[in-house]
Design a protein around this ligand. Structure first.
Ligand code: DAH
Length: 341
């Protein structure tokens, strides 16, 4: 019987080694070491042995059981590892693949330009003052020294509402008068950003709506030199420290004297190109010394106070800076355009 046991042991070890997966291994365990397995069946025959051989056989059976148990554990660990490895290979994640890019939103180019303008004027001590989009004819025109039927009204084609005398502001200048009413008798240093509306043919150069940033400084002894110095400084901060500027005399009803400021063309650096129409200069804003009538309308005595004002178009500035050749892109909401900024 000992020989039988050894043969069973050898066979069992062989079939253990050839078990290809844990399912086969489970079956092996049941057939070999299980409650009705071959080892158990063999021990049942112990009664047939002469009494003196039984202890040796019993010891041997226990040793064989122990060894098979150990061999089983080892094989089980091996197969489990192999199966895990196979599973991992099958569902493998290739960590060397580049990740998918997150889609990120961004600020509209007009907003970016506005914020840059706020930042620069903020650094120079100007506060943002907001005023309304829907205005009265009085604030939009009359208090700015543009009486009814004044020919200068042709400069601003107006959207009227169904309420007589209530219009959409054609420029941010009416905010000057609101600010003066609010601040009097304190000195003023504000910028007034906002949307403006004009009843105009839409073209590559003009839109129905666009932003302006108005500026107003009122105090004692403010001179034209302050105006020129401040605006020159703005242009250098916005367009670069060595950028040239020039002032050209102009006419606005609410300032006297009035001017427009040009900067050296950002595209060609002054050599001449189609953006600057081969002049080397591009106009970026209107400005002037606040007209005595407007100061008076704001509550400030022009004999004591003086001030300067200006108005610029952020979209125009963005067009120059980024070479955008058509203002209609700004409100077209075409992602191919917007994503470039
Ligand atoms: N309001 C003017 C416009 O829309 C721009 C302007 C010119 C504003 C001169 C000013 C200024 O404050 O002083 O065309």
């Amino acid at each position: 019987m000992l020989a039988q046991l050894d043969e069973l042991y050898a066979q069992s070890l062989d079939s253990l080694a050839t078990a290809v997966n844990t399912a086969v291994l489970d079956a092996w365990y049941k057939d070999t070491l299980g409650r009705k397995g071959s080892i158990y069946l063999l021990t049942r025959q112990v009664g047939q042995l002469p009494a003196e051989e039984r202890p040796a056989f019993g010891q041997r059976v226990n040793a064989v059981k122990q060894e098979l148990e150990t061999a089983y554990e080892a094989r089980l660990a091996e197969l489990k590892a192999a199966e895990l490895q196979a599973e991992m290979t099958a569902s493998a994640i290739d960590v060397t693949l580049p990740g998918r890019k997150q889609w990120r939103g961004g600020l509209h180019v007009a907003t970016q330009t506005l914020r840059e303008i706020y930042r620069i004027w903020g650094d120079m001590g100007f506060q943002v003052y907001r005023s309304r989009d829907v205005e009265t004819d009085e604030y939009n025109f009359e208090l700015l020294n543009i009486p009814p039927h004044h020919p200068a009204r042709d400069m601003w084609d107006t959207f009227h509402t169904t309420t007589p005398g209530v219009i959409l502001r054609t420029h941010t200048s009416p905010g000057q008068v609101h600010a003066m009413h609010d601040y009097y008798p304190e000195p003023i240093r504000v910028i007034l950003p906002g949307m403006c509306y004009r009843y105009e043919q839409i073209t590559a150069r003009s839109e129905l709506q666009f932003h302006q940033v108005e500026g107003l400084a009122v105090g004692k002894n403010i001179s034209m030199a302050d105006l020129k110095g401040t605006l020159t400084d703005f242009a250098r901060r916005m367009f670069g420290a060595d950028r040239q500027v020039r002032f050209r005399a102009n006419y606005f009803p609410f300032t006297e004297p009035s001017a427009e400021m040009d900067v050296e063309c950002i595209i060609c650096g002054g050599d001449g190109c189609n953006v600057c129409k081969y002049t080397g200069w591009v106009e970026i804003l209107g400005c002037g010394m606040v007209h005595p009538t407007v100061l008076r309308n704001g509550g400030y005595d022009p004999a004591v106070y003086s001030g300067f004002a200006f108005g610029m178009g952020p979209e125009r500035i963005a067009m120059l800076k980024y070479r955008i050749d058509d203002i209609r892109y700004f409100w077209g909401n075409d992602l191919r355009f917007l994503e470039q900024f």
